[in-house]
Design a protein around this ligand. Structure first.
Ligand code: XMP
Ligand code: MG
Length: 184
């Protein structure tokens, strides 16, 4: 049904086809929020979104979190075009005091896991009470990191996707649905 109504999108030199619909994204996010509401109720929690990709996931997830919490963002970069560069740079660090707080990192996608390795060493340095990850998407076949996400929306194979925060060369973030790179 969805595949009949949603079209391919072109971003720069590449064409992408529909992969995950907005309604599937929203219902999955609701399930993640329900789990977090159960697991963290009564605790001192700070959510840390990873810019730029996680801005939509963070916004939609947090609308469904029912306890008082802090929200902040960090910015790191590792991707160049359609593959990870292997090097992770910190562009904006965390300014909040997180000592003895429960930190939940919000990622759009965990791919090789190298970005999470870097983020864990940045955040653990400031002695949080606990540190876990909620990621909308996870590529288990590509993962070679130390810290796998506790909360995962969709496990996907090794394919390049865009939309709902994810970009190709900085474009394509502003869609409600997620698209996959079309085979030539
Ligand atoms: P690593 O490999 O460090 O990657 O786990 C994490 C970051 O890389 C970006 N990423 C993607 N971006 N489509 C994208 O638009 C993808 O398929 C993709 N896979 C990884 C993303 O920014 C993520 O936070
Ligand atoms: Mg990201």
């Amino acid at each position: 049904m969805w595949f009949q109504t949603y079209c391919n999108v072109r971003i720069k030199d590449k064409e992408f086809e529909p992969y995950i619909s907005s309604s599937d994204i929203q219902s999955t996010i609701q399930k993640i929020a329900d789990q977090i509401n159960t697991d963290y109720s009564g605790k001192s929690v700070i959510f840390v979104g990873v810019l730029n990709g996680a801005f939509m996931f963070a916004g939609d997830l947090l609308k469904n979190i029912d306890f008082n919490c802090e929200i902040s963002f960090i910015k790191v970069a590792s991707y160049e075009g359609t593959s990870s560069s292997g090097k992770v740079h910190e562009l904006i660090g965390l300014v909040n005091d997180i000592k003895d707080k429960h930190v939940i990192i919000l990622e759009d996608i965990v791919d090789t896991g190298l970005t999470l390795n870097k983020i864990f060493s940045m955040i653990n340095h400031d002695e949080p009470a606990s540190l876990e990850v909620a990621s909308l998407l996870y590529k288990p076949e590509a993962f070679q990191g130390k810290h796998s996400p506790k909360y995962v929306g969709f496990e996907i194979p090794k394919k390049f996707i865009v939309g709902y925060g994810l970009d190709y060369l900085e474009e394509g973030r502003n869609t409600k649905d997620i698209y996959e790179l079309k085979d030539k």
